[in-house]
Design a protein around this ligand. Structure first.
Ligand SMILES: [Zn+2]
Length: 458
């Protein structure tokens, strides 16, 4: 049915001379991307703005105003999505008492609203991907919990992305588990996300990737640039928590640009254009913007691959500001400054990436690049401990100065196998001295994992 509509649409478009709708590399991922609804995203942002303020220290008992009313509404929405999908989402409040700290004067209950879509793989094979937006808001004074604080862009847009993905994706089955989180306390110091990440870490949760969507709705930059065709993905290069040994290895291999978070960003950059056209992902090689932070940082601090999605050109008049007019200029984070088509494109990028990751096989493990002798070839070795063997692997190659993989060589599992779960491939005539290498696992469905960066081995 859907295919027919697409076919007719592409015939119509080609008959009037517009570029054809291209076929998606994976039909289910494409279907999910197509189901993301701009109307729903607009409805969610408008509803969140209507709570007057969602400041973390605001009223928690009022039925219509404050952060308590907001989180109860988000929880009900998640429940509705789950019911419509046959109860497949596990919806819960993640509650804790935050100790007094610079932006929280007295012990305060912080509540994240979390919807989990369990994957088919459980136990030690379970992989978890996390997507978040923060539903708390702020105005000029970070301690002002009473004033009108619409937080339409920061971060009702990110919250709407997360909720819309939960609605659409809960109708599908994935290998991996996906956690959809609306978190609180971001503006008070990343408090909600940090506690959730810490609890997950203590439980030994196998988090393989985390994306925070924060400020993903404005196209009118304060620099007067209007751009609805690009978004940014921030990723850290070297973890400040890397051990001395890890640092020595990073320096020796030129691996400063190949951290797990950077590989996740590169995956976004590779997958997104296969599903979303006229919308570019700009990789920013930095953990976050200057003077600012986001909910991916507590995950980075615990060693998880985690990245941030943000609009291309921010407008500081419309963030963290009291709603007011001053010398004819409107300040405040108002919904009229949100471009919902733009936010929907960001949601589509999230959907393509998360669905691909959750349907793809896990990446190889113990990847190594053979440095036992001087030669003009490059030999890679790796192991695979997924539940079933993948179809094959991509050997990824790029120049040391290139941002993205420039060449990918497919090798079937049988051709790469050495013995049980151990694989090897030699790229003839390509010197390990001059290129960066990586390995991806490829499933029978054609979807591939994130890239692993090989360690030098003898
Ligand atoms: Zn924010």
């Amino acid at each position: 049915m859907k295919l027919n509509v697409l076919l007719i649409l592409s015939m119509l478009l080609s008959s009037i001379g517009i570029a054809q709708v291209s076929e998606y590399p994976h039909p289910v991922v494409g279907e999910i991307v197509d189901e993301i609804s701009v109307e729903n995203i607009e409805r969610i942002v408008e509803r969140l703005v209507a709570f007057h303020t969602r400041h973390t220290l605001s009223d928690t008992t009022h039925p219509d105003i404050g952060i308590g009313a907001a989180r109860r509404w988000i929880n009900r929405e998640f429940d509705d999505y789950s019911r419509a999908a046959g109860g497949r989402l596990k919806v819960e409040y993640h509650r804790f008492i935050a100790d007094p700290q610079p932006r929280i004067p007295e012990p305060t209950e912080i509540v994240n609203v979390v919807a989990t879509l369990p994957g088919k793989l459980t136990g030690e094979n379970e992989r978890v991907y996390v997507i978040s937006g923060h539903y708390d808001s702020r105005v000029s004074d970070i301690m002002d919990a009473e004033s009108f604080s619409p937080g339409a862009n920061d971060d009702a847009t990110g919250t709407a992305v997360v909720m819309e993905l939960a609605r659409v994706m809960s109708n599908y089955e994935f290998d991996a588990t996906i956690v959809f989180m609306a978190v609180a306390g971001e503006e008070q110091g990343l408090v909600g996300a940090r506690q959730w990440a810490t609890d997950a870490y203590r439980q030994g949760m196998n988090i393989r990737g985390m994306i925070t969507n924060d400020i993903v709705g404005n196209i009118f930059g304060g620099n007067n640039i209007v751009d609805n065709t690009r978004m940014r993905v921030f990723s850290e290069g070297v973890s400040p928590y890397a051990t001395d040994e890890e640092l020595r290895r990073i320096v020796a291999t030129g691996g400063e640009n190949d951290s797990p978070s950077r590989q996740l960003a590169r995956y976004v950059h590779e997958v997104s254009p296969q599903y979303i056209t006229n919308f570019d992902v700009a990789m920013i090689y930095r953990r976050d913007r200057y003077l600012r932070g986001g909910d991916h940082i507590p995950f980075n601090e615990l060693g998880y691959p985690a990245i941030r999605f943000t609009e291309m050109n921010e407008n500081y008049n419309w963030q963290h500001q009291d709603v007011r007019i001053e010398e004819g200029i409107q300040y405040g984070d108002l919904p009229e400054f949100v471009d919902y088509e733009y936010t929907t494109n960001v949601a589509r990028v999230n959907a393509a990436v998360l669905a691909s990751l959750a349907l793809a096989p896990p990446p190889p493990v113990n990847a190594g690049i053979d440095i036992s002798r001087l030669e003009h070839h490059t030999t890679l070795r790796w192991e695979y401990d997924g539940t079933e063997n993948p179809e094959g692997f991509y050997i990824c190659i790029r120049e040391t100065t290139a941002s993205q993989w420039q060449r990918k060589i497919f090798i079937s599992t049988d051709d790469a196998a050495v013995d049980n779960d151990t694989y090897r491939y030699t790229v003839k005539g390509v010197s390990k001295d001059n290129y960066i290498f990586g390995i991806q696992a490829v499933g029978e469905n054609g979807l591939h994992s994130v890239t692993v960066f090989p360690d030098p081995v003898r």
